[in-house]
Design a protein around this ligand. Structure first.
Ligand code: AHR
Length: 369
């Protein structure tokens, strides 16, 4: 599953500007040694040998980028990262974008940041612009899982390594990306399901559950839905009676919950919201309907934003499964490791916790997003 990547940069023009031909020789000697770096402790969770970019001599040059032949390593100049963000639909996403921008500045990585506002087509356009810019690395947070193979092939043909972040892509050829950094969404769904079973262990059935799903075809929505179902099937008198896609947004969550209540009213005992924004919107709808969120309807959601913690402290959300958006530092570290020729694991999973109304109070002040 390893792939080779060739980086080309016009070393001669840099040396001309410096006016130091002998410095160029020294630099080349230094870089030849630098190119021989092998696997190293990455500091990120390590795994198999995958996605290692290898400097190849005598490979076809791509204008404006670096080849080992020409002697300059990416370490001697600013790394350029093109990042295609999928949108700004939630507090999680906004925290994620900020984390990436701040971490890039901190790591002295030049960041080309494009927000696709939920359009896969716009993600493709952004990626093609990164290819034209001859960036060193492309990172993608894909809006949905399907449809990525052709564009990933274009990137591979341009010799640019790809990091997938947050959500995953559904592809047949794993060599099209180096690593996937993000949460285990099925596990998040299982954690939510476990909490529901535990909370209702002394409550007689039948138990009617309503579900607010995220963006159709996106990894977190698919994974959380699957994991939750896998867990709650242990209780035969629990049924998901209503399930609607609300795109991870406050407004759609509120509208869908209003419609759930109009259909089933007090019958609904549990709400599983695939993210906090939808849960917060649903709380407003439940209160407007005259019911008490967290009491008449138990609520479990995913993310762990400060706003959701505040609602937990008020007893209006019963549990939140954490999904960490602060992926900027780990992404920048991965970019640097990659550009230094080191091996990255194919999967980097972010560690996450579960919080409840009991533990929320002491945690709320620590929330960073
Ligand atoms: O992909 C992560 C999910 O996307 C978060 O749970 C959600 O809030 C966001 O919009």
């Amino acid at each position: 599953m390893e792939r080779s990547v060739v980086y080309v940069i016009p070393i001669r023009s840099i040396l001309y500007k410096l006016g130091l031909p002998f410095f160029g020789l020294l630099l080349m000697l230094f870089l030849v040694t630098g190119c021989e770096q092998g696997e190293a402790g990455t500091g990120v969770q390590t795994g198999g040998q995958v996605g290692t970019p290898q400097m190849e001599k005598a490979a076809p040059a791509v204008d404006g980028r670096f080849t080992a032949d020409e002697g300059e390593s990416p370490e001697s100049r600013r790394i350029v990262l093109g990042f295609s963000q999928l949108g700004s639909e939630s507090d999680w996403r906004r925290a994620n974008s900020l984390s990436i921008q701040e971490a890039a500045a901190e790591a002295d990585i030049e960041l080309l940041f494009e927000n696709a506002e939920q359009s896969q087509e716009k993600q493709f356009e952004a990626i093609r612009s990164f290819i034209r810019h001859k960036v060193d690395v492309i990172a993608i947070a894909p809006v949905v899982q399907s449809g990525w193979e052709p564009i990933l092939l274009e990137i591979q043909q341009a010799g640019i390594p790809v990091l997938i972040m947050d959500r995953m892509v559904e592809i047949g050829d794993p060599s099209l990306y180096v690593t996937f950094i993000g949460s285990d969404f099925e596990e998040e769904g299982r954690k939510a399901g476990k909490y529901v079973l535990d909370k209702l262990r002394n409550v007689p059935g039948p138990v009617a559950v309503a579900e607010l799903r995220g963006t159709e075809g996106s990894t977190p929505s698919i994974g959380r839905g699957l994991g939750f179902r896998e867990e709650v099937k242990a209780r035969e008198d629990l049924h998901i009676v209503l399930s609607e896609q609300a795109n991870f947004t406050y407004e759609e969550g509120k509208a869908a919950m209003k419609s759930f209540l109009e259909q089933k009213g007090r019958e609904i005992r549990v709400l599983f919201a695939h993210n906090d924004d939808m849960a917060l919107g649903a709380i407003e709808a439940i209160e407007n309907f005259g019911l008490r969120p967290g009491k008449d309807i138990y609520i479990v959601s995913v993310d762990g934003t400060r706003k959701a913690f505040e609602k937990m402290v008020e007893g209006k959300i019963n549990s939140v499964v954490e999904c960490n958006p602060l992926l900027g530092p780990i992404l920048m570290q991965a970019v640097k490791e990659l550009m230094a020729g080191r091996t990255l694991p194919k999967r980097i999973v972010t560690p996450e916790s579960v919080y409840t109304e009991v533990t929320a109070e002491r945690e709320v002040a620590n929330r960073k997003y």
